[in-house]
Design a protein around this ligand. Structure first.
Ligand code: GCV
Length: 673
């Protein structure tokens, strides 16, 4: 836990910070919660209304007919979608009534949170209004890469909130606070353990652990969250003592069935299993000459009687590549493995595809698999935790980047659509879809290590709820809900967040080249850190030029995985978006960009500008001193100071590297080393 923020940090309540409104025409005296709505909605409303309006309404069985009040009830016709709701705010005979009608109990809870959020955002209560909303994606999931010892793979906000030193659920009240936080943005599933399932977590499927996991699931249930677990494909051997994990072996199938029965006997609303198989040295069906369909099916069939789901990851590639062999291209791998399997998975299997073909680099094209699995339930995986985007020390607001992916055009059933629409799709044979975010949460008092990184968690939930929400809308909401109403704070923070990703990109990875990071922990610049490695992660910089030729004509052929028009657009350096130029093309340093600058001059300029813009971020933050809680202000200030040092290091290393490599001087004569 980070000692710099105390536990009563205002950032602990995050966007559920309910500040007292100065004035309100609405003073609810009663609250009616119809049968079946659930206690959670009632508790949230009573506490929320008290904090926001100073009124703690009395719970009554029906509208007493006088005084302001809130009525919550369930009515499936209120929204066509599960989890949907309608909020109606009306004035009758001089009294105010807010009616929250959920499609179901979950809709009532989401509607209650939405109502409180409107009050928080100072919705004008003097005019009656009706709002209807519903979750557009069926699965809205957070994945935690947490281990039983409390460590978090790629975690930058302290230790696990789910595990500590071998213990499950070490801090129940924190878990409840987590559940309400993420439910309030519409998350409905949480996988609490690392997809790299080591020996200790493999044992989660055994009774003593299931007993403890049940308490986590119960806490989650009150907030409509389904518990998922990552499982080890070799569990039948490690846990079951079998001699094989071959998915076509009947004893293996039996083992998964018995295990599923056991899990559901402890946790009846259990969500399902997440599986990383045949990826980065994890066991999988390839060991037995079987396919991913075989592997996923044996587990899916065991879960099916309980309506459980398998989330099968497509992050599969050759992690022992010879860097000398320029024909292999890691970017091609996921498509090559999974596109031919479209339509062959059982209906309770989701394929989980990372947003780009590599691995959450600052800039990657959209994975071509997004448009290539029309007959499969599809989840898009994004990384909220900032492994390659500043590790919650540097500021990087991810929503604009995710929006670009969600708005990317693909072909769906022969018609142009967007990735966002594809993920909203509910198709034949119970086909479903959604988004998964690798969580950025730990036990730091502000949850995310960098207070402003909360915006990424919030933004993920909002986009999984509705990918059509705009970036400014989401940003405005988050800032207002978290920091309240102060024009200076709102405007300044919105500007800082919106600019932050481009600033980071400018001082780190030029024109779509990735992987120039220190190996292992992935923080800080190391241009050749992954250049001569086994991981398939190269930029091929030499004295003449740089970038990876992925074209059909002269390169690795990766471009051919895209549907038109992208296949042609990416194929030529003349039409390829410049932000991805070096991802798709190997070009000379003297190649001219649309700006008229050469690639090398662009590298020099963007790095110096990016580093200078961190000073601009600091100057913006300075404006907010006295307008934001001082502990939070100090914490962000300290992070920004660190970012200034990091950006300078990035700038100096990258510019000096390419100057030495190319021998081409900077037109502006800046200092290299
Ligand atoms: C959990 C990247 C990360 C790994 C992560 C892996 C994955 O390679 O560096 O830490 O493993 O992605 O998504 O499985």
């Amino acid at each position: 836990m980070n000692p710099l923020l105390s536990l009563d940090s205002p950032m602990y309540s995050a966007w559920l910070t309910y500040r007292r409104r100065k004035s309100t025409p609405f003073y609810p005296r009663f609250l009616v919660v119809e049968n079946g709505v659930g206690e959670t909605a009632a508790t949230e409303l009573r506490e929320g209304l008290f904090n926001l309006l100073g009124a703690r309404p009395v719970l009554v069985p029906e509208d007493p007919g006088s005084g302001d009040g809130v009525v919550v009830d369930g009515d499936p016709s209120a929204s066509v979608q599960a989890g949907g709701y309608r909020i109606q705010y009306e004035r009758n005979d001089g009294r105010w009534l807010a009616r929250i009608t959920g499609h179901d109990a979950l809709g009532c809870l989401y509607g209650s949170f939405a109502f409180l959020s409107q009050l928080q955002q100072r919705q004008d209560l003097s005019v009656p209004f009706i709002v209807e909303d519903w979750p557009r994606m069926s699965l809205r999931m957070l994945d935690h890469w947490d281990n039983l010892d409390g460590t978090i793979e790629r975690g930058y906000a302290g230790s696990s909130i789910f595990f500590r030193d071998g213990m499950i659920d070490p801090d129940p009240s924190r878990l409840t606070d987590y559940a309400r936080l993420v439910a309030s943005i519409g998350i409905n599933a949480v996988c609490i353990n690392n997809v790299n399932v080591h020996e200790p977590e493999t044992r989660f499927l055994a009774p003593p652990y299931l007993e403890r996991l049940r308490s986590v699931a119960n806490r989650f249930r009150a907030y409509g969250l389904h518990l998922y677990l990552s499982v080890n494909f070799a569990s039948p051997m490690i846990l079951g003592g079998l001699l094989t994990a071959d998915p076509l072996d009947p004893t293996v199938a039996m083992w998964w069935q018995t295990t599923a029965e056991r899990v559901y006997s402890y946790i009846p609303n259990f969500g399902g299993f997440v599986v990383k198989a045949d990826s980065e040295f994890r066991p999988g069906p390839f060991t037995y000459g079987r396919s991913h369909v075989d592997g996923a099916s044996v587990i899916a069939n065991a879960l099916a009687p309980f309506h459980g789901t398998v989330v099968w990851r497509c992050f599969v590639y050759n992690a022992q590549q010879d860097w000398r062999d320029k024909k292999i291209d890691r970017a091609r791998a996921a498509y090559e493995f999974f596109q031919p399997l479209d339509g062959r998975f059982p209906s309770n299997v989701f394929l989980q595809v990372k947003n780009g073909p590599m691995d959450f680099q600052v800039r990657e094209p959209v994975s071509p698999l997004m448009g290539a699995l029309p007959k499969t339930s599809l989840l898009m995986e994004v990384q909220i935790t900032q492994e390659y985007t500043g590790q919650q020390r540097d500021l990087f607001y991810l929503v604009p980047f995710w929006k670009e992916v969600l708005d990317f055009t693909i072909l769906g059933h022969g018609e142009a659509t967007t990735v966002g629409h594809r993920l909203m799709q509910v198709g034949p044979d119970e086909m479903r879809s959604g988004m998964v975010g690798v969580a950025n949460v730990g036990d730091d008092p502000d949850w995310t290590g960098h207070p402003l990184a909360q915006a990424n968690l919030y933004g993920f939930g909002r986009l999984a709820w509705n990918p059509q929400l705009s970036e400014p809308e989401i940003t405005r909401e988050w800032v207002a809900r978290t920091f309240g109403w102060d024009i200076l704070v709102n405007k300044t923070l919105e500007t800082m967040l919106t600019a932050s990703g481009q600033i980071y990109e400018a001082y780190t990875a030029p024109l779509g080249v990735g992987w120039m990071v220190n190996p292992g922990h992935h923080y800080g610049p190391n241009v050749d850190g992954y250049e001569y490695s086994q991981w398939g992660t190269y930029h091929y910089a030499d004295s003449q030029g740089m970038g990876v030729d992925r074209t059909r004509t002269t390169g690795t052929g990766y471009v051919a995985q895209y549907q038109q028009p992208w296949r042609d657009i990416f194929e030529s350096p003349a039409t390829c978006p410049e932000s991805l130029l070096l991802f798709f093309h190997h070009v000379p340093y003297t190649h001219r960009l649309q700006s008229g600058k050469t690639v090398i001059q662009h590298i020099y300029d963007s790095h110096f500008e990016g580093a200078a813009n961190v000073d601009w971020l600091i100057s913006q933050w300075d404006l907010l001193k006295g307008h934001i809680d001082i502990a939070v202000w100090n914490r962000v200030f300290q992070r920004l100071q660190q970012q200034r040092v990091n950006a300078r290091e990035w700038c100096d290393v990258v510019t000096t590297y390419f100057w030495r490599k190319s021998g081409i001087p900077d037109r502006r004569g800046r200092l290299f080393y």
